[in-house]
Every structure is written in structure tokens, then in C-alpha cells.
Design a protein around this ligand. Structure first.
Ligand code: CP
Ligand code: NVA
Length: 312
């Protein structure tokens, strides 16, 4: 069944139903097949996309630029060194102006509130390319990669080991809960997720069948896990906390021992990247045969293209 998502923003996956996420994933697989077959379409011909970045990016920026450009669209990269965005001009006014010139806007930065204001005042679809709170386009690529590995999502068990309250831990919890993927955060108590978010995700799980858990015991948490996921110990903007994070998170490192404790031969490893090898994950795991991190990175482009095709 096709859904009409035209004009919709993607600020958090909370705003999308299981069926709508399913629809976006189906388009993602389709555009990946097209790309593999060398099909060249021009579905964004004559369209423009503003790419606003307060924080650095490799994958997200390149995924948006290449996905939009290869379909004939014109992406414009704007960092905070280029535009005002809350400096001399309010975010509201920036949004009003960009909305008159662009067909869609991507924002990566600190506050979730900024991307929400952009959506409210621009009148065009706005995509959250990462805030301190959420990273929804990443989760679409993660779900796509899990489907490629196992052929389905429902009933898969994913364990996220690491900083349990960062944008990735939060967004994965929402995406998994919506799609029927059992999700456990393994983290020290100091870094457990917001309780209200956990409660909300458990509510989604009632409908989808997903069980959402939080544990301080990584070895017990990973038993039976099909997917082990991790992310950096200090996210962008939190670099000053690194020493404390190393102290708290060293027992949660993803290494061959933890991978072996799932008890399953088919367990795969995922990481949104960039990775700090030797901290949250060892090189033998991320560069080894169970790692799907590179497929996952490629899938950023296909899923982001799918989101833009569905909403522009
Ligand atoms: N995963 C991800 O968002 O990567 P970038 O920070 O390179 O965009
Ligand atoms: N949690 C990381 C994700 C990077 C894609 C950060 O915010 O830096």
C-alpha cells in the first residue's frame, strides 16, 4: 500500500507509524536495486535542497548531496560559518526565508528545538540529520541493514551497548519499538535513557510486539542478540566528558568476547560511524566478518533518497 507522505518532515521517528516506516524502507530497497542496476532517474530535477550543518558530518552530508544531486536536484551546503541561523537572525526568520527558496531543508546541529522551529516556519519538509536528542535518518539505514542481514525485522533482538542516553540510543529505541525489534540498552546506570522515553517506546512495543529493556549487565543483555550496536562514547559537543566516559563505559566495549556471548553464530555488528576503534569497539570486530557497518553506511544514501522521494 502506498502512503502519501508529501510535505511531511522527518524530525523524529515518533511521528511515523509502523506502516509509514515500512513504506520508506520499501522505497529504500527499491532505490538501492536501481542504483545497482545503473538506472539513472531525474526525480529531483529543478528542485533545491538546503543542507544546514552546525556539526561536522561525512555520511549524512554526502548521502543527502549525492542522493539529491544524482537525481538532478541542486543541494546547497550551508554551515554556521556561512549563514546566521540564530546568530544575527533568528531561526524562525531563517526558516521563513529558506522556505521561500528551497523545496526541502536538512538540519544537523545541537538542539532538537532548532529543527522543530525550522519545520514550523519554513513550510517545506525538514529532515533531522542529527541533533543532541535524535538521529532518525540513521535508524532507517540501520533497519534496512538488519533486513538485508536477516530478511525481516519483527522478532529480531538488538542490543545497544554504550552511552545509553545519546541520540543513537534514543532513536534506535524508537525505531525498534515501532517496528517490532526487541531492543535492549546495556549501559551503566549513570548513562541510562530518559525514563519517559522508555515508557513511550514500551507503549509502541505493545502494538508492534517489541520488548524494550535497559540493563547494566552487558554479558547477560547480549544473550540471543542478532544485532549488537554501539556508538562513540563521547558524542559531538560532549568531548570534555571523554575521560569519565572511558571509566564508565570500558566494561561495555564491543569486542570478540561480547560478540561471542550472544550464543548465536549469526550475530552481526552495527555502528552508525564514525568509530573510535579501541574505545567503543575493537578493530577486530568492526573490521571483521560479522560487521555490517559499511553496508549500513552505504544505506544512509538509499534511505535518505527514499525519504526525500516520499516527501518532496
Ligand atoms: N552516521 C553519521 O551520521 O555519520 P556522519 O556524522 O559522518 O554524518
Ligand atoms: N552520537 C554520535 C553520532 C554520530 C553520528 C554523535 O552525536 O556524535
Amino acid at each position: 500500500m502506498a502512503f502519501n507522505l508529501k510535505g511531511r518532515s522527518l524530525l523524529t521517528l515518533k511521528d511515523y507509524s509502523l506502516e509509514e516506516i515500512r513504506f520508506l524502507l520499501d522505497i529504500s530497497h527499491e532505490v538501492k536495486r536501481e542504483r545497482r542496476a545503473g538506472v539513472v532517474e531525474q526525480r529531483f530535477h529543478g528542485k533545491t535542497l538546503a543542507l544546514l550543518f552546525e556539526k561536522r558530518s561525512t555520511r549524512t552530508r554526502c548521502a543527502f548531496e549525492t542522493a539529491f544531486g544524482e537525481e538532478g536536484g541542486h543541494p546547497v551546503f550551508l554551515s554556521t560559518a556561512d549563514i546566521q541561523l540564530g546568530a544575527k537572525e533568528s531561526v524562525e526568520d531563517t526558516a521563513r526565508v529558506l522556505g521561500r527558496m528551497f523545496d526541502a531543508i536538512q538540519f544537523r546541529g545541537f538542539k532538537q528545538e532548532t529543527v522543530e522551529i525550522l519545520a514550523r516556519y519554513s513550510g517545506v519538509p525538514v529532515y533531522n540529520g542529527l541533533t543532541d536528542l535524535y538521529h532518525p535518518t540513521q535508524v532507517l539505514a540501520d533497519l534496512m541493514t538488519v533486513e538485508e542481514a536477516f530478511g525481516h525485522l519483527k522478532g529480531i533482538k538488538m542490543v545497544y551497548a554504550g552511552d545509553g542516553r545519546n541520540n543513537m540510543a534514543n532513536s534506535l529505541m524508537i525505531g525498534c519499538a515501532k517496528m517490532g525489534v526487541h531492543y535492549t540498552i546495556a549501559a551503566p546506570r549513570e548513562l541510562w535513557p530518559d525514563e519517559e522515553l522508555v515508557r513511550g517506546c514500551r507503549t509502541y512495543g505493545v502494538q508492534s510486539g517489541a520488548e524494550i529493556q535497559v540493563s547494566a549487565d552487558p554479558a547477560a543483555a547480549v544473550k540471543g542478540a542478532h544485532v549488537i550496536y554501539t556508538d562513540v562514547w563521547a558524542s559531538m559537543g560532549e568531548e570534555a566528558k571523554l575521560q569519565e566516559r572511558i571509566r564508565l563505559l570500558t566494561p561495555f566495549q564491543v569486542n570478540e568476547t561480547l560478540m561471542g556471548q550472544t550464543g548465536l553464530a549469526e550475530t552481526v555488528f552495527l555502528h552508525c560511524l564514525p568509530a573510535v576503534k579501541g574505545q567503543e569497539v575493537t578493530a577486530d570486530v568492526i573490521d571483521g566478518p560479522r560487521s555490517r557497518a559499511w553496508d549500513e553506511a552505504e544505506n544512509r544514501k538509499h534511505t535518505i533518497k527514499a525519504v526525500m522521494l516520499a516527501t518532496i
